[in-house]
Design a protein around this ligand. Sequence first.
Ligand SMILES: [Zn+2]
Length: 76
Amino acid sequence: MNIDTGQIHHFDSEEALRAFKKDLAQRDQRLVELSDHEARTLKPMSNGRRKNWMRNQPCPCGSGSKFKKCCWSSYS
Ligand SMILES: [Zn+2]
């Protein structure tokens, strides 16, 4: 999931995923990895609700802190 857009990405191949991750890294963004169950849960939600779900997830900046204690305000 791209937390800037709340968009959930699906990829047909490992190659497509790698290309996408490389592109994100160049723009200094990171993906949040979701399980199939999480993706199914989040898909019907609005962007705001998805971001809210992110609160207790590891921050996508890679700090190891929870999102709400790290970069939450810069995405609000
Ligand atoms: Zn962060």
